[in-house]
Design a protein around this ligand. Structure first.
Ligand SMILES: CC(C)(COP(=O)(O)OP(=O)(O)OC[C@H]1O[C@@H](n2cnc3c(N)ncnc32)[C@H](O)[C@@H]1OP(=O)(O)O)[C@@H](O)C(=O)NCCC(=O)NCCS
Length: 214
């Protein structure tokens, strides 16, 4: 009798795991890894980041102001940006991330980038990241781009939650997240070692049901 119930337990565990795997497959819409999702907003066109964008990216990611709280290496030369983009393209091929260029819809000018990465099919979660050229700060472009990417993440891709990790000193980024409806979830003390220093991290998240179309 005991053996029988153990057998049943095992069988139901296997069924549960299989059901979860099927659910994950059904819920994350894999078609966007076949055809890259170009997103349009009132002022912006978010298109797939390509190797040819390396000069723009290098200009932005070599800027001291931009990199102040990014806690990653500045792109000192074009090769660094090409390698960065190649890694992003690889991640898209491996179905773990989306990397968009933010461009002006009218002129095609490069404004910055925005990403959804670490696509987690078990928990239907991903991490958002974003960068704008300083020339375009303070004009609401990132809010507009984020709204489009978050909407895509929830409504089209099938995510349940989106997280953002920031350096606690990055006030502008925090304000942006709060304006988008993100809530603070955690403060990790000295969990990140960068250039020989242990840095703190704040984690923010947004649940699908809390996403308000502003
Ligand atoms: C984080 C970052 C993208 C924020 O940029 P931003 O310009 O502040 O964000 P937005 O484009 O959404 O602009 C919002 C501002 O534009 C203003 N604005 C002007 N016109 C606007 C419009 N038509 N619509 C909305 N907001 C508008 C808003 O008032 C708001 O300013 P406020 O918060 O002082 O009121 C930018 O500072 C950046 O690239 N930093 C360096 C990289 C970085 O740290 N990335 C984050 C890593 S975690």
């Amino acid at each position: 009798m005991v053996q029988c119930s153990l057998g049943l337990q095992k069988a139901s565990a296997v069924l549960y795991t299989a059901a979860n795997a099927i659910l994950a497959f059904v819920m994350i819409n894999e078609k966007y890894f076949e055809e890259f999702p170009q997103l349009k907003t009132e002022r912006l066109l978010l298109r797939k980041q390509e190797l040819k964008d390396a000069p723009h990216l290098q200009q932005m990611r070599s800027n001291e102001q931009v990199m102040l709280y990014m806690d990653s290496d500045r792109h000192e030369d074009i090769k660094a940006s090409e390698a960065f983009i190649a890694r992003n393209l690889e991640s898209y091929e491996q179905k773990t991330g989306f990397f968009w260029d933010i461009t002006a819809a009218e002129t095609g000018n490069y404004l910055g980038d925005i990403i959804l990465r670490k696509i987690d099919r078990t928990n239907f979660r991903a991490e958002i990241g974003y960068t704008l050229k300083p020339d375009y700060w303070g004009r609401g472009y990132m809010k507009e781009a984020m709204r489009a990417v978050i909407s895509f993440g929830f409504k089209d891709l099938g995510l349940h939650s989106i997280e953002a990790n920031i350096n606690p000193a990055n006030t502008t980024s925090r304000e942006l997240l709060l304006k988008m409806g993100f809530l603070k979830e955690a403060f990790f003390r000295e969990n990140y070692n960068y250039n020989g220093r242990f840095l703190d991290t704040e984690i923010y998240s947004l649940l699908e049901r809390d996403f308000i179309q502003q």
